[in-house]
Design a protein around this ligand. Structure first.
Ligand code: C2E
Ligand code: MG
Ligand code: MG
Ligand code: MG
Length: 285
């Protein structure tokens, strides 16, 4: 209706549209301030667990916004806004640095630190300077390169397979690791996948949810798992909530799991406690 009224008319939004636009404008200004203030955006860390023995493998970094008035805001509610407004580039750059600093803080006297996987969104990924930022971050913190992992979604990859592959190849050549996130939701073509530079497939939670419910649910995850196996890539199952799911996944030969069954994403201090209880793995025997 707004369109049909012509150029010089005052556009009347539907009340719901108006509301969401207002909400969004408010949030946009707030997010700008949050970036300037520097202390409202914070990474939480969710453990990734080795299924065969329950040992800690690493963490996924998941961003949270501690809004001064609205409380904790989920990335689902501000990452899309950050993408549309280009603020994601700055947010993402800082997240990579923060994760690397956390790895440095978790460096044991001997052996390797736990790996941290950082989510990278489309616009951030395609923006100039990503590789240079990573290089600088690795130099500044001195962490083992393989302890830093980037997570890109399957749909991001399929939007531009050639360009994405080129960048990911450079990330891997640099010594960092790559996961394909939300796998199964993005219509990858298998012909692309097998030539694609990545280390790990993360099976989307929507599939993991169904493995204990039906035979098809289980078989779909089995197929994804054997695909990864053929390609010689690792698998992480996301959104594992029950012991039954964890056991079924282990039986399928899937290496890693992540989900509320072990832990929700934790603030850095709590993640440090979780790590301290699981240190053995990272010490040289
Ligand atoms: P994702 O990367 O697929 O992350 C997994 C999401 O599933 C997280 O939601 C996590 O808290 C949630 N989750 C983990 N285990 C379970 C479970 O057992 N049950 C259920 N119901 N949920 C579980 P979160 O933290 O709200 O993040 C949502 C999405 O926002 C992420 O999906 C990712 O796409 C994006 N995101 C988060 N942090 C960042 C970031 O730093 N940068 C970018 N670009 N995107 C981010
Ligand atoms: Mg992720
Ligand atoms: Mg995911
Ligand atoms: Mg997901």
């Amino acid at each position: 209706r707004a369109k049909a009224q012509g150029r010089n008319q005052v556009v009347r939004f539907e009340p719901s549209m108006h509301q969401s636009a207002m909400k969004r404008f408010g949030l946009e200004a707030d997010l700008k301030r949050a970036i300037a203030a520097g202390d409202q955006l914070e990474l939480f860390y969710q453990p990734i667990i080795e299924l065969k023995d329950g040992r800690l493998h690493g963490f996924e970094a998941l961003i949270r916004w501690r809004h001064p008035e609205r409380g904790m805001i989920s990335p689902v509610d501000f990452i899309p806004l950050a993408e549309d407004t280009d603020m994601i580039v700055e947010i993402g750059r800082r997240s990579i640095m923060e994760a690397a600093r956390q790895i440095a803080a978790w460096m044991p006297a001997e052996g390797d630190p736990p790996q941290i996987a950082v989510n990278v969104s489309g616009k951030q990924f395609m923006a100039a300077g990503l590789l240079e930022d990573i290089e600088r971050t690795l130099q500044k913190t001195g962490i083992p390169k393989g302890s830093l992992k980037l997570e890109v979604t399957e749909s991001l990859i399929m939007d531009n397979p050639e360009r994405t592959a080129e960048i990911l190849r450079k990330v891997i050549t640099m010594g960092c690791k790559v996961s394909i996130d939300d796998f199964g939701t993005g219509y990858s073509s298998l012909s692309h996948l097998h030539r694609f530079p990545f280390n790990t497939l993360k099976i989307d939670r929507s599939f993991v949810m169904r493995i204990a419910e039906s035979r098809e649910g289980l078989e779909i995850v089995r197929v994804i798992s054997s695909l990864a196996h053929i390609l010689e890539r690792d698998v992480v199952a996301e959104g594992v909530e029950t012991e039954e799911q964890a056991a079924l996944l282990a039986k399928l030969g899937i290496q890693y799991g992540q989900g509320y069954f072990w832990s929700k994403p934790l603030p850095a201090t709590e993640a440090s406690v979780f790590l301290a209880k699981n240190r053995q793995k990272f010490q040289k025997s």
